[in-house]
Design a protein. Structure first.
Ligand SMILES: Cc1cc2nc3c(=O)[nH]c(=O)nc-3n(C[C@H](O)[C@H](O)[C@H](O)COP(=O)(O)O)c2cc1C
Length: 166
């Protein structure tokens, strides 16, 4: 499971397309995460269109890495089907699975937050024709990395407590 430790946010991409097999693998991973009461109420908008990418970059100021990337995925929650308001946790688990699957296939990726930032949610709804019962949760940018950054070492024993908080 080295991919867990190899994953890192990538903010510089090559424009090479992602073959459909790899994209399906990555989306399958997004559908394979845990969800409260197994609701699996997520859906995914795959966006390759560069005109839409440009508009996303206007809505979401921290998504400029999309300029050269081939593809973005918006993870969405169905608010009517979700169980007891756990949609954020479910979509976060799905988002992380997508990042890990992209890493496993040798791609760079980055999670860009959408919900609960209201102007981003509104902007994504308008741009992507997302209805009110569907919540755009995250934007994931994926592609071949143009960076050569080493994986970060983040083992921090001081973060761990055993048995009780101390
Ligand atoms: C909820 C959330 C929102 C994020 N939003 C953005 C974003 O809008 N733009 C961006 O470049 N990175 C974003 N990130 C990525 C974080 O900046 C990154 O994960 C963090 O700096 C740790 O670096 P690493 O992913 O390389 O380990 C987001 C991460 C999370 C979990």
């Amino acid at each position: 499971m080295d991919i867990l430790f190899d994953r890192k946010s990538c903010r510089n991409y090559k424009s090479d397309d992602i073959p459909q097999d790899d994209l399906d693998y990555i989306l399958h991973a997004g559908m394979s995460s845990p969800s409260a009461y197994n609701t699996r109420h997520w859906s995914f908008i795959v966006i390759k269109n560069k005109e839409i990418h440009k508009k996303i970059m206007q809505i979401h100021s921290a998504s400029q890495m999309l300029a050269n990337a081939p593809l973005a995925i918006v993870v969405c929650a169905d608010l009517e089907k979700q169980y007891k308001n756990y949609w954020q946790q479910d979509c976060a688990a799905s988002t992380e699975n997508i990042l890990l699957a992209a890493t496993a296939k040798g791609y760079g990726s980055v999670w860009c937050g959408v919900a609960p930032i209201e102007d981003r949610v509104k902007g994504f709804r308008e741009l992507l024709n997302i209805p009110e019962n569907i919540m755009p949760f995250s934007l994931i940018v994926i592609g071949r990395s143009a960076e050569d950054k080493p994986a970060k070492q983040r083992w921090e024993p001081s973060k761990i407590k055993y048995e009780i908080w101390r």
